[in-house]
Design a protein around this ligand. Structure first.
Ligand code: SAM
Length: 280
């Protein structure tokens, strides 16, 4: 089966009269080898049901279908969603199942089948919300690799105490262990983007609590980083009513109130949440 290269991508774009929209992060991969590498890094097997967000012209979709015969593709742009089955049929024999859903990934609530792996070159302006949303609504997603803007990849995989560590790192770590998985050259895209890209991989783990707790913990995380330089007792004073109350909760949780959010793992935010339920 052939993959899409620069010439095919341009032909398809011409055929569809497509001018890549920056607002939709439409930078298409023109190098089939890179797509195969992403699928390899994701560890996709024949048993997987793969979910791809933003299949675009189908570069990564075709690489996925070399390994698994079951792919669900969610694409916001109707022209691209309508064309994808045709492109795939032109490149592949009939022993596969491709489900194309023409919608905004952020509006997804459920899927017809439960995907096991996420592989996507995510639209850069919504990559973090899309990833967090999918982890929330699709508990069957065990693993995945996504390509995102380099800075976003660094933030998602950051460790406490670094300048990259913050809301994306903490919220992603509620659901999964996230790691950097390599850089990607700008030259493999058409059009060439103005930013560098990286891969991040994730492996789902058990969440530290239920949905009620997650919402409470995420509220604490948002408050702790609303003003990053503030000590926790000041940053959380709004949530707890005063800095004295925030300090009492932090002490009950065994956390130094003069620390900043950037030094805490998600477990510590869970401890603060649990303490807040008993210290009134
Ligand atoms: N996967 C293709 C590739 O690697 O060549 C295209 C990737 S391109 C970076 C991002 C794709 O996501 C585009 O096809 C774009 O139309 C689509 N997209 C943008 N926002 C979206 C959203 N909110 N939900 C679903 N698809 C979206």
């Amino acid at each position: 089966m052939s993959l899409l290269g620069a010439a095919e991508i341009r032909e398809l774009a011409e055929l569809l009269d497509l001018r890549p929209a920056k607002s939709l992060g439409q930078n298409f991969v023109i190098d089939g080898n890179v797509c195969q590498k992403i699928v390899r890094v994701a560890g996709v097997t024949a048993d997987d049901i793969a979910l791809e967000i933003g299949p675009g012209l189908g570069s990564l979709t075709l690489a996925l279908l070399e390994v698994t015969s079951n792919v669900i593709a969610v694409e916001i742009d109707q022209r691209l969603a309508d064309r994808l089955p045709i492109t795939v049929a032109e490149h592949k024999d009939s022993d596969y199942k491709l489900t194309v859903i023409n919608t905004d990934a952020l509006a997804l609530r459920e899927l017809p089948v439960a995907p096991t792996v996420l592989v996507a070159n995510l639209p850069y302006n919504v990559s973090v919300p899309v990833l967090l949303h999918l982890l929330e609504i699709l508990p069957s997603l065990n693993t995945g690799v996504v390509m995102v803007q380099a800075e976003v990849a660094d933030r998602l995989a950051a460790k406490p105490g670094t300048k990259e560590y913050g809301i994306p790192s903490l919220k992603a770590s509620w659901w999964a262990q996230v790691s950097g998985a390599g850089s990607v050259s700008r030259s493999i895209f058409w059009p060439v983007p103005g930013v560098d890209s990286k891969l991040v991989s994730f492996k789902r783990h058990e969440t530290p609590g239920d949905e009620v707790m997650r919402k409470g913990v995420f509220q604490l995380v948002d408050a702790a980083f609303a003003q990053r330089r503030k000590m926790l007792r000041a940053a959380l004073s709004g949530i707890f009513g005063s800095s004295a109350k925030a300090e009492a909760v932090l002490i009950a949780a065994g956390i130094d109130p003069t620390l900043r959010g950037e030094s805490l793992l998600i477990d510590s935010f869970c401890a603060i949440y649990n303490a807040s339920q008993s210290v009134k």
